[in-house]
Design a protein around this ligand. Sequence first.
Ligand code: CP
Length: 312
Amino acid sequence: MQLKSRHLLGIEHLDKAEIELILDTAASFKEVSTREIKKVPTLRGKTVVTLFYEVSTRTRTSFELAAKRLSADTVSISTSTSSVQKGETLVDTVRNLEAMKPDYFVVRHSCSGAALMISRISQASIVNAGDGSHEHPTQALLDAFTMRERKGDISKLRVAIIGDIRHSRVVRSNILLLRKLGADVHIAGPATLLPPGMDRLGVTVTSDIGVAIRNADVVMMLRIQQERMDKSFFPSLREFAMYYGLTRERMRLAKSDAIIMHPGPINRGVEIDHELADCDRSVILDQTENGVAVRMAVLYLLAGGNPAGEAS
Ligand code: CP
């Protein structure tokens, strides 16, 4: 089995079998990062361009490491040091980079639909590394990989996702993926940060964090995205933390073996208490580690790679 598209623009375009193929392939790649020589020849001769119009630590680094561990060449374009600063448009930037014959563009942009737009003008495979408030597909895939690794069958899990639902591309990709795999998904946040129509995605919506967390197997906290807020959605960060922050007391409502997730970066003391971010139920650094294997799998499969087992 192979992926149907040469692009990964969003979870919305993947079916259940394709999601499972990516997760299975990532499982076979995870071991590469534990070797003394962290490299396989799988994508030798391919070129991966990372084109980030927004800041990133985890996504950009793990895509670059994933490409390097597959022996691809990588080029990193930062808008702060590129001709974007001279007013060059996204289309002109892509057309000029395209002239140098890359095989992949990994794109992060503040506009929803930016990756889709590039896929229409490029011969390369396009990977959406986050577009506005729309999707962040590889984050949802690495989250699912981590849930499956820690908790087993995703269709049996109750997952609570809490925080800034309105501005989060992570929540949209996670909801689409978790519903395709059959999980029971509950989302919670202040009413002002809950966009209308979320229930049509097959999730339970509440503004009561305790209701969402009760009996959860997985508690995923989201970052408050102040950079995307054009007005005030809650009185203060202190009040947000008081009513919607994850505390030890609130975590007692979840199952006793529930795990804590966060895509990062964390606002410590806002959406999650310091001690919970670092406690033994937190799998936040596992998520970051698994991001490399998942992104290796995505790059490999978009090149037409064969299923797990033939990866090394
Ligand atoms: N989770 C995530 O996308 O982190 P970065 O913004 O650091 O890439």
